[in-house]
Design a protein around this ligand. Sequence first.
Ligand SMILES: [Cu+2]
Length: 118
Amino acid sequence: MKHIERLAILTLLTAACRQDPPPTSGAHPAAATRRVSITVDGRGYHPESVTLPAGRPATLVFTRTTDEGCGQQLVFPSLNIRRDLPLGQPVEITITPASGTLTFTCGMAMYRGSVVAR
Ligand SMILES: [Cu+2]
């Protein structure tokens, strides 16, 4: 188990340096940090709400798919995170959510999404 976890972390670290999303082999999903893909289009976030286990690290992968609307920036107000979302480029945000609801929005707080951790 330990060995598998180390491998998974190494894979993640290596993947972080590349622009392409890492291959999802799915060989040992339980040992890897959970990854959730979220698409940002002209209407908001899809999915709009993500449920995660509290206290466990998870990587949210945001990909903006259109220049319409105002999803160019992503904000997690309570975490002081503000990131640009370049068109078509996955942006990874790794969080360890505490139990409860964590809100994320676009730069002007018109689009809203949430992470529900329990
Ligand atoms: Cu906005």
